[in-house]
Design a protein around this ligand. Structure first.
Ligand SMILES: *[C@@H]1O[C@H](CO)[C@@H](O)[C@H](O)[C@H]1NC(C)=O
Ligand SMILES: *[C@@H]1O[C@H](CO)[C@@H](O)[C@H](O)[C@H]1NC(C)=O
Length: 153
C-alpha cells in the first residue's frame, strides 16, 4: 500500500509538471514546443528531425530573412528553422542544446501533450540512453501513467 501511495504522489507531481512545462507558442501557426519532463536528459543531434505523421512532412523549413524569430519555438528546433503550418501529429527535433524535443499543435489537453512527449521519447530512443545513467524515473513514471490512464478509462 505504501508503494502505491508514493506512486500516486509521483503521478500527481508529474501531472503538475507537465502543465507547468508546456509552453505555448505565440507566433504564426498554432504549434507548441512541449517541455517534456521525460525528454530532459534525452540527447539528439542538433539536426535531428522526425515527423510522426506523413502529412506534416516539409512543414519544418529554413527561416527566411525577415521572418520573426520565435524564442519559444527555437528551443525545440535546429538553428534557423521554423514551422510554416500547424502540425497534425508530433514532430521530434534536436536543437542547439543537443537534446530531443517534442513539437505539436498547441493544446492544454494533458493526454495529447503526454502523447507528443511519449512519441519523442520513443523516436529519440531515450529509454536506451538512460543505461548507465542514474536517472530512472522517466520510464517508471511513463509506466505508472499508462497504468493509471487505462484504469481511469
Ligand atoms: C523546461 O524545463 C526545464 C527543466 O525543468 C526548466 O529548467 C525550464 O525552465 C523549462 N522551460 C520553460 C520555458 O518552462
Ligand atoms: C483530450 O484528448 C483526448 C484524446 O484526443 C480526448 O479523448 C479527451 O476528451 C480530451 N480531453 C479534454 C479535456 O478535452
Amino acid at each position: 500500500m505504501g508503494v502505491l501511495r508514493i506512486g500516486f504522489l509521483n503521478l500527481f507531481i508529474y501531472f503538475c509538471c507537465v502543465f507547468l512545462y508546456s509552453v505555448p507558442n505565440v507566433s504564426g501557426q498554432n504549434n507548441m514546443c512541449f517541455n517534456c519532463t521525460d525528454l530532459i536528459d534525452c540527447r539528439a543531434s542538433k539536426h535531428y528531425l522526425k515527423y510522426g505523421y506523413k502529412e506534416d512532412k516539409g512543414k519544418v523549413v529554413p527561416r527566411k530573412p525577415g521572418d520573426a524569430s520565435d524564442p519559444l519555438m527555437d528551443k525545440c528546433l535546429d538553428d534557423g528553422y521554423t514551422i510554416k503550418e500547424t502540425l497534425k501529429g508530433t514532430v521530434c527535433s534536436g536543437s542547439s542544446d543537443g537534446f530531443c524535443h517534442a513539437i505539436g499543435e498547441a493544446t492544454t489537453n494533458f493526454s495529447i501533450s503526454y502523447t507528443h512527449c511519449g512519441n519523442c521519447y520513443i523516436e529519440c530512443d531515450c529509454y536506451n540512453q538512460e543505461n548507465g545513467n542514474d536517472r530512472r524515473e522517466g520510464p517508471i513514471i511513463l509506466t505508472m501513467f499508462l497504468a493509471a490512464f487505462y484504469t481511469l478509462i
